[in-house]
Design a protein around this ligand. Structure first.
Ligand code: PEP
Length: 251
C-alpha cells in the first residue's frame, strides 16, 4: 500500500564543517524547527562522518534527523578509511546518501556499487537516499530520461518499499552551479522516475523523490511545487541555517 509522501528536506554538507561551526548551525536549525513546529515535513542534515555522532547527540529530541554522506557496502573489514552503514547507525544516523554524483565521478562508483551501498543501508537499518542524474552532455544529447532509467534500475536493490527508499534526482550540471532545470523539466524527470520505479516496487507511488541541484530559499517554492517532487537535497544552501529553513518552509 502506498503511504502519504511526507516532504523531506535533506542537507548535504559535503566536506564542510568543524565541530564548533557545525554545532552552531544545528542549534539554529533545531531552534527554527521548534519555532515552526513542523510535523508535516522532515528535516535531515548529513554532516561529514567525523561529525555524525557530535551532531546526532546535539540534536537529540529536536526532531532534526542526521545522516551520512556515503557508506561502504561491507559491515566491517579491511577497508582503510571507509565507514560502514552500521558505523553510521551506531553514531546516531538515520539515513545515508548513496551514489551522489561527486562520489560517482570522484570515486568511480558505478550503479552496482551504489546498489550494494543501498543494500548495506537496509542491512544496518538506515534509509538510503539514492542519487541519480544526467550530465550536461547527456542532457544535450537528449538522453536524460534514458540515463535516469538506467541509473535507477542499476542502483535500486530488489525489495524496495516506500518506507525503505528515497530517490534524489540531481542533474550533475545543476549541482553547485546556480543553474537549475525548468520546473517542467524537473516534473518530467520525476514523472519518469516514478514510472520506472513502478517496475521495481509495488509501492512506487509512495516513494519520496527529492530534487537536488542549486536549490536555495529563493527558488525552492517553485521547484518543490513541481509534480512528483517530495522534497529537496540541498548542498551549498544547507550550510546556512536561514537558507535551509527557508527551503524547508517552502516545502
Ligand atoms: C548536492 O550536493 O547534492 C547539491 C544539490 O548541491 P547544491 O545544492 O550546492 O547544488
Amino acid at each position: 500500500m502506498a503511504r502519504a509522501r511526507r516532504p523531506l528536506i535533506a542537507g548535504n554538507w559535503k566536506m564542510n564543517g568543524l565541530a564548533s561551526d557545525s554545532l552552531a548551525l544545528v542549534k539554529e536549525l533545531a531552534g527554527g524547527l521548534k519555532q515552526a513546529g513542523w510535523t508535516d515535513r522532515e528535516l535531515l542534515v548529513c554532516p561529514p562522518a567525523t561529525l555524525v555522532r557530535t551532531v546526532a547527540d546535539a540534536v537529540k529530541g529536536s526532531g532534526l534527523l542526521v545522516g551520512g554522506q556515503n557508506c561502504h557496502a561491507k559491515a566491517s573489514g579491511a577497508h582503510t578509511g571507509d565507514i560502514s552503514a552500521e558505523m553510521l547507525k551506531d553514531a546516531g544516523a538515520a539515513c545515508v546518501i548513496v551514489g551522489h554524483s561527486e562520489r560517482r565521478s570522484d570515486c568511480g562508483e558505478t550503479d552496482a556499487v551504489v546498489r550494494a551501498k543501498a543494500e548495506a543501508a537496509w542491512r544496518a537499518g538506515l534509509l538510503p537516499i539514492v542519487c541519480i542524474g544526467e550530465t550536461l552532455a547527456e542532457r544535450e544529447a537528449g538522453k536524460t530520461l534514458a540515463v535516469l532509467e538506467t541509473q535507477l534500475k542499476g542502483s535500486v536493490p530488489d525489495g524496495a518499499t516506500a518506507a525503505r527508499l528515497v530517490v534524489a534526482y540531481e542533474p550533475v550540471w545543476a549541482i553547485g552551479t546556480g543553474k537549475t532545470p525548468t520546473v517542467a523539466e524537473v516534473a518530467a524527470a520525476h514523472a519518469h522516475i516514478r514510472k520506472v520505479l513502478g517496475g521495481l516496487t509495488a509501492e512506487a507511488a509512495g516513494v519520496r523523490l527529492l530534487y537536488g541541484g542549486s536549490v536555495k530559499g529563493s527558488n525552492a517554492a517553485e521547484l518543490l511545487a513541481a509534480g512528483d517532487v517530495d522534497g529537496a537535497l540541498v548542498g551549498g544552501a544547507s550550510l546556512n541555517a536561514a537558507e535551509f529553513l527557508a527551503i524547508a518552509k517552502a516545502a
